[in-house]
Design a protein around this ligand. Structure first.
Ligand SMILES: N[C@@H](CCC(=O)N[C@@H](CS)C(=O)NCC(=O)O)C(=O)O
Length: 226
């Protein structure tokens, strides 16, 4: 009887490891919080997910993460907190990409009006930084040391929002970046975080961009299976 009670107690324990990790993420799939979900899914970190509001962000925004009593806001800061705490492969050379995504790539990907609404994108138009990124992604599948890292979570998340917010944008001038976007969107942890709709749209748009990029015909044909 005693052991039955013990087994019952164990089986009814809250198996949401979220309770044991002490991490709570506030956000929703329509916001930029999924970039944090993506990274935590990749690492297998458990967390509790709560809706965007009410939340403890000082400006009421999302994403915001609580770790015990600590409140961490700004998506890049959240990624770096998770990296420091849980990612055994985290390296100093990943940090600049996370900061770059928030400070430099964000305004390239999203042109906003004074009310913060996205009204366009500069991605796909001539840009010195994107040209460098395009060249790098022609030589490596990932941003740092040819291994998936938090750097990719930060950068690819922003890139992959572009087709969602700007359905008319053309990225056919940056095929290596487009292939990278597609590779990242095919990762199961990405699909789980952003949702099948978002991931599927990225794939469809990437295929369109590559088919109109004017690259060699053979390259167009193999898209989708690289
Ligand atoms: N730089 C911030 C931006 C946060 C942000 O703009 N969040 C949006 C959703 S993606 C938001 O909460 N908007 C509602 C508001 O500003 O009240 C970050 O990277 O976390």
């Amino acid at each position: 009887m005693r052991s039955l009670l013990l087994v019952t107690a164990i089986l009814t324990l809250p198996f949401s490891n979220a309770l044991s990790s002490g991490l709570t993420l506030y956000g929703s799939q329509g916001s930029r919080s999924p970039l944090v979900n993506w990274y935590m899914n990749e690492l297998g970190v458990d967390y509790e997910m709560l809706p965007p509001r009410p939340n403890p962000h000082p400006f009421g925004q999302v994403p915001v993460l609580t770790d015990g009593d600590d409140v961490i806001f700004e998506s890049g800061a959240i990624l770096l907190h998770i990296a420091n705490k849980f990612d055994k492969a985290f390296k100093p050379s990943h940090t600049p990409w996370v900061v770059w995504a928030n400070t430099c790539l964000d305004p390239i990907c999203f042109k906003e009006n004074e009310r913060g609404q996205v009204i366009g994108t500069s991605l796909g138009k001539p840009n010195r930084k994107i040209d460098v990124l395009e060249e790098m992604l022609g030589q490596s599948d990932f941003l740092v040391s040819n291994e998936f890292s938090v750097a990719d979570c930060a950068v690819a998340s922003y890139l992959n929002y572009v087709p969602l917010f700007n359905p008319d944008a053309s990225l056919s001038s940056i095929p290596n970046t487009v292939k990278y976007m597609s590779r990242m969107a095919s990762r199961p942890a990405f699909v789980e975080a952003f949702g099948e709709g978002h991931a599927g749209l990225v794939q469809v748009k990437c295929e369109e961009f590559l088919n109109s990029s004017g690259g060699p015909a053979g390259e167009k044909k193999i898209f989708g299976i690289f």
